[in-house]
Ligand binder design. Structure first.
Ligand code: UT7
Length: 331
């Protein structure tokens, strides 16, 4: 295969949602909020939480097994594992390494990508580039996060939004020029680091009794600022990715946006002139699952028959950093 002809195609998808469900009514008992407020302002009704004693890679493992089965590929034949996450099992090494061991994917090189809610898009873009360059022939691309571990359950502005999940995609090299990842685009704006972040636990502000006492190991967010920038940025990068792919928005069968807030998604759809019937939404069931949100929604869309052969799909995401991205693919 010459480098110019190569493309990566999605061979399989999988996802994993923890069993434990926290409803809006459950949250009413924890903080001063209401099912009505959460539903109207976000569209979220419930979210899943990873059980105690388990780590990120435990979720990723089950998502990966389903994606591999769907792709009809064995873990031992994987060339690479790239995982988007901000809630790795350990500060180091990567959750991708933990996952590699669980899967027995001994041939694969593995690493994590830290781009928050855009982590899966970044992992997808990196893996797609590796495949197109000829460096590898396949990759397991994962988005997996357990943000419940970083929540202050007394902060009603954040604890109502997030949930835990993992999604995975198996990419393989193909010479069929029509199908596959047609374009990827990534952006960041580091001037917004403190708009959405975890203040302590890193090298700048290491863990000590005071940081724990002050709840500095939990998510701090200016939600309004994120909201505003998310809509504008996802619209812009989606248009760029579509242009790169040489397709118009009318040719897109399904938009799979990051599942952060129903109002963000509706505003984005309006700006892109896409009817809501063509937009995948499952945040009512899972909340914002960070890097897992796009691959989980993609897997659900495929398994429920919302994506058919030949369909053009637009993925996009936005999150902490700020980091955002978009990808266009044909199935
Ligand atoms: O992947 C990226 C991750 N982050 C995001 O996607 C967040 C994006 N931002 C958002 O989704 C929205 O900004 C939020 C859902 C976080 C907040 O919605 P909003 O419409 O921007 O509300 P607000 O922050 O302007 O708050 C309105 C009011 C405030 O009360 P006052 O000042 O008007 O009296 C808040 O204190 O709602 C209050 N409030 C709540 N009330 C009940 C904030 N959180 C809650 C709550 N329950 N959970």
């Amino acid at each position: 295969m010459s480098a110019a002809q190569r493309r990566s195609v999605i061979l399989g998808t999988g996802s994993e949602l923890p069993n434990k469900i926290i409803t809006n009514e459950d949250l009413e008992r924890l903080v001063e909020t209401s099912d009505e407020w959460i539903t109207v302002r976000t569209g979220i009704k419930q979210r899943r939480v990873l059980e105690e004693g388990k780590g990120n890679a435990d979720m990723a493992y089950h998502a990966a097994l389903r994606a591999l089965e769907d792709a009809d590929l064995e873990a031992k034949d994987l060339d690479a594992i790239v995982m988007g996450t901000v809630t790795a099992d350990y500060p180091f090494p990567s959750s991708a390494c933990v996952l590699e061991d669980m899967l027995g994917a001994r041939k694969a090189f593995s690493f994590d990508v830290n781009a928050a809610c855009s982590g899966f898009l970044n992992a997808l873009a990196v893996s797609d580039s590796f495949i197109r360059s000829g460096l590898i022939n396949n990759a397991l691309v994962v988005g997996s996060d357990a943000l419940s571990r970083l929540l202050n359950w007394e902060d009603r502005t954040t604890c109502i939004l997030f949930g835990d999940a993992a999604g995975a995609v198996v990419l393989g090299a193909s010479e069929n020029g029509d199908k596959g990842i047609l374009s990827t685009r990534l952006r960041t704006d580091g001037s917004h680091v403190k708009t959405l972040y975890v203040p302590a636990g890193g090298s700048r502000n290491p863990t000590n009794p005071e940081t724990v006492q002050n709840n500095e190991h939990t998510i701090t967010m200016n939600g309004k600022e994120v909201f505003k920038t998310a809509v504008r940025s996802m619209e812009e990068i989606s248009r760029q990715a579509l242009k790169d792919a040489g397709v118009t928005i009318d040719q897109v069968s399904l938009v799979i946006p990051h599942q952060a807030n129903r109002r963000i998604i509706e505003a984005l759809a309006e700006r892109l002139h896409v009817p809501m019937e063509k937009v995948m939404i499952n945040l009512d069931k899972y909340g914002n699952t960070s890097a897992a949100s796009v691959p989980v929604a993609l897997d659900e869309a495929r398994r429920t028959g919302r994506i058919k052969a030949g369909d053009v799909v637009l993925l996009n995401a936005f999150g902490a950093g700020f980091a955002w991205g978009a990808a266009v693919g044909r199935f």
